[in-house]
Write a protein that binds this ligand. Structure first.
Ligand code: 9UX
Length: 72
């Protein structure tokens, strides 16, 4: 299975609870292998199977929680 790693900058996270919300949403997304969201660095580290889920889907899962991915 093709594993990819991505680090996404997230806007608008201000407490640890925000990070957990996003992390849980990512973990529930099909194809996501692992997710770690760090409120201090404002970054989400996601490991995923690129055959099951696209980067767009991952961004969509984040957007659905009310946060946005900063454009790089
Ligand atoms: Mo903490 Mo995040 O009270 O939207 S959950 S700021």
């Amino acid at each position: 299975m093709p594993q990819e790693n991505i680090i996404l900058p997230i806007a608008g996270m201000t407490c640890a609870s925000c990070a957990m919300t996003i992390e849980n949403a990512l973990k529930k997304t099909d194809g996501v292998i692992s997710a770690n969201v760090n409120v201090a660095t404002e970054k989400a580290t996601v490991e995923y199977d690129s055959e099951k889920v696209s980067l767009d889907k991952i961004k969509e899962a984040i957007n659905n929680t009310g946060y946005t991915v900063d454009e790089e």
